[in-house]
Design a protein around this ligand. Sequence first.
Ligand SMILES: NC(=O)c1ccc[n+]([C@@H]2O[C@H](COP(=O)([O-])OP(=O)(O)OC[C@H]3O[C@@H](n4cnc5c(N)ncnc54)[C@H](O)[C@@H]3O)[C@@H](O)[C@H]2O)c1
Ligand SMILES: [Zn+2]
Length: 377
Amino acid sequence: MRPIRVKMPATKVKMQTVRVNLGPASYPAQVGASILDQLGKLALDAGLKPGRCAIVTDTNVEKLYGAQVADALEKSGFAPVVISVPPGESSKSLATLELLYDRMTAAGLDRASAVFALGGGVVGDLAGFGAATYLRGIPLVQIPTTVVAQVDSALGGKTGINHRHAKNLIGAFYQPRLIVADVATLATLPAREFREGLAEVIKYGAIMDAPMIADLERDLDAILARKLGLLELVVARSLAHKAAVVSADERDDGLRKLLNFGHTIGHAIEASSGYGKYFHGEAVAIGMVAASRLSSAYAGFSADDASRLQRLLERAGLPTAMPTKLRNDEFLRALSLDKKRAAGAIEFVLLDRLGHALTRSLSIDEIVRPLSMAPDP
Ligand SMILES: NC(=O)c1ccc[n+]([C@@H]2O[C@H](COP(=O)([O-])OP(=O)(O)OC[C@H]3O[C@@H](n4cnc5c(N)ncnc54)[C@H](O)[C@@H]3O)[C@@H](O)[C@H]2O)c1
Ligand SMILES: [Zn+2]
């Protein structure tokens, strides 16, 4: 009797591809659920050379996904060394960068060797800058594992470290050759980190995609439950928006400024309430609500849409009210120290309607009045 042969269907992993169009520096961002196992093949398809390479990660992410990523690379002929840094913002430092260079030279990485940045924005920024500067630049692959990194920091080419005088003071524009965003990794992200990333997602809807706001209103519960299919759609849609902006304005001089919606006030809140109290995305959520109010005052944004946006942020578990303990003088100083300041006025991103943003110069007084900030005693 002939044995019955069962032909397994070739398992085709579904993923969405977002093209980042930057002329000869164009690259794909692949988004999908459980696509980490495809990493080696995707890297070969993107033109990376197998052989020696580095996986740069932090110790949290290494425990969760380090082995899986190393296996996926080895299957395709890569020989990765894993370089793991402590988790957290303090790793975006010169000291950690030096350690990275030490490990890269010890591993014998050469000009064809790739750096695979596996982790959140901290790892992406640090490893990205390491790749940009080691041997004057070696290939970089971003493998973002937080919502912030998947919808924002992995795409766009901003890399760098902090200086004791300022965040992100030292850095370079350096584009990756490939982004692989596996939304299944978001399952292990702590709840507060997950929610903060949704602030940036909602931002894309607010500034450039009104139907996305309606879709988020419909799907938010499933997104918060981290349903993979929806996460894939949300991450791909967000990345497509960022890709469109970055393709049109790689260096941050025009259109790219619109991505700062909510960030001018957000940064001032982060600075004046002490870094760490609010997560970045939380401060941006408050900043977007404040900027919506300014938009109603100066750009004809409807009050109904402003409250719609606020409700959506609240449902996502994000704060929306200006902190009561904020010292106004410190807040105002932080606001006018913001780098978007030009001669006494502050360049603000406002909405004239949902899904459409513009910039407007506002004086400190014009900013403070609609926010009805109480004068300091
Ligand atoms: N380059 C850019 O354009 C850009 C844009 C936005 C933010 N950033 C930078 O990104 C950084 C913030 O990034 P972040 O919010 O991703 O923070 P992060 O990299 O510090 O990650 C947050 C925490 O989550 C952990 N983690 C990461 N992935 C995980 C997972 N899948 N499961 C469980 N835990 C996980 C990390 O170990 C860390 O403790 C800041 O330094 C910011 O300046 C850069
Ligand atoms: Zn941001």
